[in-house]
Design a protein around this ligand. Structure first.
Ligand code: SAH
Ligand code: SF4
Length: 346
């Protein structure tokens, strides 16, 4: 198969163009045609010589990697897109409209290897990493369908983005390049379950907001629900988080999926507050989204409010994340893209 131009980030495209015997700055023109002007045919790139266009056609393609299988709309306006990939695998992306933003939640892998006990994607297991083009195409397709209205991107769909760091970084370079898509890094958030050794690398290679799925106030609880914690315990994770360079006027985010009788007690809230004391961060409390075959339960609303109140009393910035799109299994942790689920776990 010929190379797909969308698999190169801006620097790599310059190298590719140089190797074809052309000036590297031509890469910017090609990138602008594809990403800013949505042109997917080299012959229409009129500011390139005819012979160069021929050469490009011989050595590369501008391939669309996604085939839209379905679009489901939630009563709350959230839309879930199911895409088929070239090899028959499937992924989902979710568009979440809000007052003044339209946030696209994209997948980074088919399934996920991390095995979190509360997450449906974990039940799929990791099938494979997404290519850079497959990550970027989720934005291009959904943005097109929605008349260019996507304003923010979060890497919170299927998969662990830091377990696919190369293509995550490539896609971030495409999203933020001013000649390409030109999204501000401030509008993009990468979420991780805590692959500590990759957090530093991410921060060294790109500027982006970081969200960490903490989900527990102690190693005892986190070990039980997130196997990654056995490799990188809470103290190691927090030490690395504190080093992460935060964008101006932005915060590190900690996600905390709050699960009935597991991590929702007053003691848990106090413990969490102690852990995050002095860390410049926001906490997103996500009431657990129930989804069979997982048997955990959502705590009653009063419990979630009480948990929030305790954290706030310590001066922490805490939001309760409204569940969006849960009626179409489009909420956090509900993405399984029609894969059969392993119901032997948990
Ligand atoms: N793998 C990355 C990004 C995708 S998961 C990560 O874990 O951060 C996105 C978020 O959904 C995470 O914060 C995760 O903790 C949360 N989540 C997973 N399952 C959930 C569920 N059943 N209910 C609510 N949130 C869930
Ligand atoms: Fe993977 Fe994130 Fe789900 Fe954990 S919560 S299994 S890391 S997608």
């Amino acid at each position: 198969m010929k190379a797909n131009i969308k698999d190169f980030d801006p620097k790599e495209l310059e190298t590719f163009i140089f190797e074809l015997g052309e000036k590297p700055y031509r890469a910017k023109q090609i990138g602008a045609w594809i990403f800013a002007k949505s042109v997917d045919d080299f012959s229409l790139m009129t500011d390139l010589s005819l012979s160069f266009r021929d050469k490009l056609r011989e050595s590369a393609e501008i391939r669309s990697t996604l085939n839209l299988l379905s679009e489901q709309k939630s009563v709350d306006g959230t839309k879930k897109y199911l895409f088929e990939l070239y090899d028959g695998n499937k992924i989902e992306s979710v568009l979440i409209p809000d007052k003044n933003r339209n946030t696209l939640c994209i997948s980074s892998q088919v399934g996920c290897a991390m095995g979190c006990t509360f997450c449906l994607t974990a039940r799929v297991g990791k099938i494979r990493n997404l290519s850079c083009a497959e990550i970027v195409d989720q934005y291009l397709e959904v943005n097109k369908i929605n008349n260019g209205s996507v304003t923010n991107i979060v890497y919170m769909g299927m998969g662990e983005p830091l377990d696919n760091l190369e293509n995550t970084v490539r896609s971030l370079n495409i999203f933020t390049n001013s000649e390409y898509i030109g999204l501000s890094p401030r509008r993009i958030t990468v979420s991780t379950s805590g692959l500590v050794h990759k957090i530093k690398e991410l921060s060294e290679r790109v500027s982006v907001n970081l969200s960490v799925s903490l989900n527990a106030p102690s190693d005892a609880i986190r070990n039980e629900i997130m196997p990654v914690n056995k490799r990188f315990p809470v103290s190691t994770l927090l030490k690395e988080c504190k080093r992460f360079p935060i964008l101006r006027r932005k915060f590190l985010t900690f996600e905390y999926v709050i699960i009935k009788d597991l991590n929702d007690s007053t003691a848990n809230a106090n413990e969490l507050a102690g852990l995050l004391k002095g860390v410049k961060c926001k906490i997103n409390l996500i009431p657990f989204n129930e989804a069979a075959p997982i048997t955990y339960k959502t705590p009653p609303v009063e419990r979630v409010l009480e948990f929030q109140k305790i954290l706030v009393s310590y001066g922490l910035n805490v939001k309760i994340r409204r569940s969006r799109g849960s009626d179409i299994l489009g909420a956090c942790g509900q993405l399984a893209a029609t894969y059969p689920l392993d119901d032997k776990k948990n």
